[in-house]
Design a protein around this ligand. Structure first.
Ligand code: CMP
Length: 134
């Protein structure tokens, strides 16, 4: 499960980011352009509620449209993490999505689930089983 974040859409980079995901061998099984409400952003990032950056993160994630993606490939969690690069774009490896398109640790272009169970829960946040096209 991935989200192309509002900074990337504002900058007109969503297509380029999606192309990188496809080029890496991921299959898109669901895709949705969505503008999260503040409450929906809070729900998505509930696990981070106690963190100092939570308010700013939710403001940012509800500041414009984003693209939710349900993705599949072998070893998807690890492969997407490698493709994205480190959370902080300044620490991300050359050629990674966050290195090339991220602006800051908050506006870092893309989200990816950190494990299979998280991916299932996050996918459910945006998609029903009927939305998943395999
Ligand atoms: P993401 O993969 O979407 O998961 C949680 C997000 O919180 C993360 O990417 C960052 O965009 C954001 N984040 C993590 N750490 C910080 C931080 N120290 N300051 C601001 N935002 C952060």
């Amino acid at each position: 499960m991935s989200i192309i974040k509002p900074d990337a859409l504002r900058a007109g980079k969503a297509g380029r980011i999606l192309a990188r995901i496809e080029d890496d061998g991921f299959r898109v099984v669901a895709l949705r352009l969505v503008r999260l409400t503040r409450a929906e952003a809070e729900g998505f990032y509930e696990v981070h509620r106690k963190r100092a950056f939570f308010t700013d993160l939710c403001d940012f994630m509800s500041s414009g449209p984003c693209i939710a993606l349900a993705l599949e490939r072998d070893d998807a969690i690890v492969r997407l993490r490698d493709l994205m690069g480190a959370t902080d774009p300044s620490q991300a490896v050359q050629g990674s999505i966050r290195k090339d398109f991220g602006v800051s640790v908050e506006q870092n272009a893309i989200h990816g689930s950190d494990g299979p169970e998280t991916a299932r829960v996050e996918s459910r946040y945006f998609f029903s089983d009927l939305d998943l096209v395999r």
